[in-house]
Design a protein around this ligand. Structure first.
Ligand code: GSH
Length: 233
């Protein structure tokens, strides 16, 4: 049996943050699959591994721990797999980066497709996306990030902040070339860091598997179709 079971849709989107941390740490996991997720969501809360409104949910079988909410899952994995900074402020900052990444993808899907993208909505949103990108750039700059070296929060090795950063921006850039162009323009250090970290063998292999398993899909559904319509790609 795998070390973990992950409940997440057959899509990259925010579930890919959790997959990336597990893959980077060399862990194995079983994907519960769309049918099992739908069944749990339609069932009683008392039957859920952890109470949740939407996936991801991660079960750590060895430790008998189950969690929902992406930043909480990444915090748990960071703590147990040694992928967080040493100081309390550094650990909090790492999870702040994960929470920002989670907010960015919520905003890019207009909160799970409550509305669809139109050209007007996108034009109004683009400055806000650039502002989000600049947070990464400024955070990296404050911690000595360079174009060809360094990590988002300093430190000698990648941590969850780098892994989630790389997964967020490279997955998005690979699915939407227009967003890649905005990232290169607004946040070149972040774009370069993301490519460096995403090229590490376990993360490159995970991206390859995702391409094979999920194809073009990023968040899926009508909201992805409307995003493609305004961005092309
Ligand atoms: N805040 C949650 C959001 C979870 C969430 O919205 N999951 C989406 C998929 S990315 C979902 O399927 N939601 C279904 C629902 O909320 O009914 C997290 O960060 O994990």
């Amino acid at each position: 049996m795998s070390d973990y079971t992950l409940y997440y849709w057959s899509l990259p989107f925010r579930g890919q943050f959790v997959r990336a941390v597990l893959a980077y740490a060399g862990k194995t996991w079983t994907e519960a699959g769309d049918e099992a997720i739908s069944k749990l969501m339609a069932g009683r809360v008392r039957d859920m591994p952890a109470p949740f409104m939407g996936p991801p949910v991660l079960v750590d079988h060895g430790a008998d721990v189950a969690l929902s909410q992406t930043p909480a899952i990444v915090l748990y994995l960071g703590e147990t797999l040694g992928l967080l900074p040493e100081t309390p402020a550094g650990r909090a900052l790492a999870i702040k980066v994960v929470a920002d990444a989670n907010d960015v993808i919520d905003e890019l899907t207009l909160d799970g497709g409550r509305q669809m993208w139109t050209a007007k909505r996108w034009t109004e949103f683009e400055p806000r996306l650039r502002k989000w990108m600049s947070f990464w750039e400024e955070t990296g700059r404050r911690h000595g990030l360079k174009k060809t070296s360094g990590h988002l929060l300093g430190g000698a090795a990648p941590g969850v902040a780098d892994i989630v950063t790389a997964t967020l921006w490279t997955t998005m850039a690979d699915h939407f070339p227009a967003l890649d162009a905005i990232l290169q323009d607004e946040a070149p250090l972040t774009a370069a860091l993301s490519r460096r970290v995403a090229a590490l063998p376990p993360l490159a292999a995970l991206a390859e598997t995702a391409r094979a398993d999920y194809g073009e899909a990023w968040c899926g559904g009508r909201i992805e179709a409307s995003l493609r319509k305004v961005l092309g790609g």
